[in-house]
Write a protein that binds this ligand. Structure first.
Ligand SMILES: [Zn+2]
Length: 215
């Protein structure tokens, strides 16, 4: 009986994971119909290197697939099951690889922390549960990027660029922005982290330029 329950439990968990994966793939398919997908091998190998560098610092054994979508809007989502999408518009707003590392690590963290993609999207409002999920993901992302050798202080700039852009204009209404920035500052101060950490600008600028090459 116990064995049956255990087996049944496993099967249900497997089925849930499969359903989540299918739902994430469906969402990815919808987005890929909406925006052109960037498939330049130079871009893909850079993103793959960056994702692996970050993932090497986690012990969850999860795998990730990052898809680059060409659009001027700034967005980054974890769709579920390790599928992450990033817009070229967001990447163009950044200054260096460390900033991008934070944004990718943040999306990876949502998966590791088992935040549903629905909850994550909802977090664009001021909903408290959404803000809590964002702060948890920021905390884990800071740890992942610091272990990967990046300077975690750039996360503040990455978030500012994601929400405010270079021109200082607000891209979306996001009341939780100030709270997240305050939390990040506090987290870095209390973590005992000490410089140096890399930002890797030169490689990143090459990657940014390649975003403008034909698909
Ligand atoms: Zn998030």
């Amino acid at each position: 009986m116990l064995i049956c329950c255990v087996l049944l439990g496993c099967s249900t968990e497997k089925e849930t994971r499969l359903l989540e994966y299918r739902a994430a793939l469906t969402q990815l398919d919808i987005l890929e119909r909406q925006y052109p997908t960037l498939r330049n091998p130079q871009l893909l190998s850079y993103i793959s290197y960056l994702t692996q560098r970050l993932n090497a610092q986690t012990t969850t054994g999860k795998s990730y697939r990052v898809t680059l979508l060409k659009d001027h809007q700034r967005f980054a989502y974890h769709l579920g099951s390790g599928l992450i999408v990033l817009s070229s518009g967001l990447i163009q707003q950044l200054d260096n690889e460390a900033q991008l590392a934070f944004l990718i690590a943040h999306e990876m963290a949502h998966y590791q922390l088992k935040h549903s993609s629905q909850e994550h999207r909802f977090s664009l409002s001021s909903h408290k549960k959404g803000l809590q999920a964002e702060i948890e993901a920021d905390t884990l992302a800071l740890g992942i990027m610091a272990l990967a050798g990046y300077d975690p202080r750039v996360s503040v700039y990455a978030l500012s660029r994601a929400y405010l852009g270079r021109d200082g204009k607000n891209s979306i209404s996001h009341p939780s922005f100030e709270e997240r920035i305050a939390h990040i500052g506090e987290r870095i101060r209390s973590s005992g982290w000490k410089p140096p950490g890399v930002v890797q600008k030169r490689e990143f600028v090459r990657f940014q330029r390649a975003l403008n090459t034909p698909l």
